[in-house]
Write a protein that binds this ligand. Structure first.
Ligand code: NAG
Ligand code: NAG
Length: 459
């Protein structure tokens, strides 16, 4: 790459989290949403580096000459980023007036109080300041400022115009300043105690890397709902850094969030808790009032492992077994799939998945073909609305076969999705004959041109 200009498409890789993301463009997702991997190296696609603020520095080290194409919404941030690299990343503060002016200028301001500006902790602090663009940084060694802000030792102080107003990070005298620890501290303490969920805040919510989220669903147009926010907010400081408190307005385009939690707007006000790492969801045992006490008690109970996670399930439709393809939901899955007298073949699908739609006619035809076989059940389950504790589904469609008998065996079907192959699989009791190709039949010779007119599947 030396000396070569590399086109760079600059994108802010928003860490969009699982519950905050919609299903995306129709059928575009084969896999359920997953968290973005941590950004360590800039991903490279077709010679185009996809950069974020975090990875731009890395890329510059590797590719001395970069042609950067800025996305408009990032241009301002990049200008600031470059400014901090050329000039000082933190403002030197000499007196109280200067400190006050800096603190007043922005919502979040971080000041490093260091007795010795030659200390290597100062270099660590300045390095971090180069990249944290949402925040202004100041730096001082003035004893009068230490005194003014009640400090006796080296400390990084975060000043904010909301919530607690200030948070102190004392520098460890023996170990020195750890950039990772400081970065996490600043991220945690610059979050509002309570964040209203919307398209702007969702990126921050998931970037904060706080694994537990407590959501209060309210209808913001209703005064009694809005009044609950006070108690919710009151409970939040006790869980700072451990549980992120989020308010979701059920009336504001948040249907995908409601759906993710299996909620209807009418159920507000209500609380839900999710661990974003395990994706386990929890709800309060009763529908008592939302108060500071009940919110804190619910959080403690979940964190203490006293609450069992819940799984989504629709109600069993009255006609679930009337059509050739039986309708399964979370509530009747166990009883049908593990019926010892039946061989059960189930399609786990998502309503928006195009591959699922494509195979639907073959599935119907299969059910029709075997409708007189007493021991065979062809079924389907909407895996976005029904979660199975023992059988998580990771892609759509997923086809699984549950043979009769007491063994609770589950066989994943990986063959071609057509009537003929499905039938062979069922007829052989859940196996595909060995010579049966499981993928699209390929040409016997790889070098054969794609457009050959020879019949390909003659083996
Ligand atoms: C919120 O409450 C208002 C007033 O009762 C109601 O008209 C509206 O439908 C509610 N919104 C939702 C999403 O339920
Ligand atoms: C593609 O097919 C055409 C007509 O069937 C044939 O004439 C042509 O040679 C084929 N191309 C290759 C690369 O074999």
């Amino acid at each position: 790459m030396d000396g070569q200009l590399l086109p760079v498409l600059l994108l802010l890789l928003g860490a969009s989290g699982l519950w905050g993301r919609g299903p995306g463009p129709e059928g575009a997702l084969e896999e359920p949403p997953e968290e973005e991997p941590p950004e360590e190296e800039p991903p490279e696609e077709d010679g185009i580096l996809v950069l974020s603020r975090q990875t731009l520095g890395l890329a510059l080290q590797e590719h001395p000459a970069l042609l950067v194409e800025f996305c408009p919404w990032e241009a301002e941030g990049i200008a600031e980023w470059l400014r901090r690299r050329v000039g000082p990343s933190a403002t030197r503060l000499e007196d109280e007036e200067g400190a006050r002016a800096l603190i007043d200028a922005r919502d979040v301001v971080v000041i490093g109080f260091f007795q010795d500006l030659q200390d290597k902790d100062v270099a660590t602090f300045l390095a971090l300041a180069q990249d944290a663009l949402d925040v202004s940084f100041g730096l001082t060694n003035q004893p009068q400022l230490f005194q003014k802000f009640g400090l006796t030792k080296d400390t990084v102080v975060l000043f904010k115009k909301y919530d607690e107003g200030r948070a102190d990070f004392p520098v460890d005298e023996e170990l020195g300043l750890d950039q990772g620890d400081l970065s996490r501290f600043l991220l945690t303490h610059s979050m509002h105690l309570v964040t209203e969920f919307n398209s702007q805040t969702s990126r921050k919510i998931f970037a904060a890397r706080i694994l537990n989220h407590l959501l209060l669903f309210v209808n913001q147009t209703l005064a009694p709902h809005r009044e609950l926010l006070a108690g919710f907010r009151e409970a939040a400081p006790g869980f700072r850094g451990q549980v992120l408190f989020v308010v979701v307005d059920v009336g504001a385009n948040n249907d995908h969030v409601l759906q993710y939690f299996g909620l209807k707007a009418e159920e507000a006000p209500t609380l839900r808790f999710i661990n974003t790492e395990t994706t386990k969801k929890y709800m309060p045992a009763d529908r008592g009032p939302v108060t500071a006490t009940s919110v804190a008690a619910f959080c403690r109970a979940v964190l203490g492992g006293e609450v069992k996670p819940y799984h989504l399930s629709q109600e069993v439709p009255p006609d679930w077994d009337q059509r050739p393809v039986k309708t399964l939901v979370g509530k009747n899955f166990e009883q049908v799939a593990f019926d010892e007298t039946k061989n059960v073949f189930i399609k786990f699908y998502a309503p928006w998945c195009t591959h699922c739609k494509e195979m639907a006619p073959a599935w119907e035809a299969l059910a029709e073909k075997y409708r007189d076989h007493e021991d065979i059940v062809i079924a389907e389950l909407d895996a976005t609305a029904n979660e199975l504790e023992a059988l998580p589904v990771h892609g759509f469609p997923t086809l699984k076969y549950f043979p009769a008998g007491p063994s609770r065996k589950v066989i994943e079907y990986k063959g071609t999705r057509d009537l003929e192959t499905f039938s062979k699989f069922l007829d052989s009791g859940g196996e595909l004959p060995a010579e049966e190709p499981t993928e699209v039949p390929g040409a016997p010779f790889p070098e054969m041109p794609e457009n050959t007119t020879e019949p390909k599947d003659e083996l």
